[in-house]
Design a protein around this ligand. Structure first.
Ligand code: ZN
Length: 203
């Protein structure tokens, strides 16, 4: 499986990184080795001094698809969840500065935290889902899927023009405003529509 991650899908987050809101979705990949699952701890890598949390709604692809029309995209996922796109912000800044690929900042081991999933059928509208992150008990990030610049269906349609989606692939749909650094012993808990979907510590 692979992770497909969307960059700058919330206008306020793009602004906090001093970047423009994109005209079409921007995406990058993480390999399967990036996964941190089942509330296992995340181990801070020693190559970065500034790893940031990015809390994101995630979508599990449930069938093979290529060039999926937007109107059929909803057939390609049944489960929706919450994850963290951990980002070595210091390395990412250097990559951007030098026009280099982002992998060392985004695709490293453990950088894709995958929490629990809920059936999409339990929600009236996947484009109206609230979510938030508690860092050591304090709410530091809060978003709603209605503020996405591109809807989940638009993202699936766009990405699948370039890359075949396979069963088990996970789409990270972008982070809202409020990203910040994690430190050793931090405790992160993520909630989607009030349900806790991840709970892990930084080691
Ligand atoms: Zn992200």
């Amino acid at each position: 499986m692979k992770f497909i991650c969307i960059g700058r899908n919330y206008a306020a987050h793009a602004a906090e990184l001093h970047q423009e809101a994109p005209k079409q979705p921007v995406f990058f990949l993480k390999p399967d080795s990036a996964i941190t699952r089942c509330n296992r701890p995340f181990f801070l890598p020693d190559f970065s001094q500034e790893v940031h949390y990015e809390t994101e709604i995630i979508v599990k692809i449930n069938r093979l698809g290529k060039c999926i029309p937007e109107k059929f995209a909803h057939n390609y996922y049944e489960e929706i969840g919450l994850g963290v796109d951990l980002t070595a912000r210091d390395l990412q800044r250097k990559c951007i500065q030098h026009g280099e690929p982002w992998e060392i900042a985004k695709a490293f081991d453990g950088s894709a935290v995958v929490g629990g999933f809920l059936p999409k059928s339990q929600f009236e509208d996947v484009q109206n889902l609230s979510f938030h992150l508690l860092l050591n008990g304090n709410k530091v990030q809060e978003g709603n899927s209605r503020d996405m610049l591109f809807t989940i269906d638009q993202l699936i349609a766009h990405v699948s023009q370039f890359i075949t989606l396979r069963t088990g692939d996970i789409l990270f749909t972008g982070t809202p405003v409020g990203v910040g650094p994690v430190h050793i012993n931090d405790h992160l808990q993520g909630f989607l529509e009030g349900e806790k979907l991840f709970d892990f510590k930084v080691k």
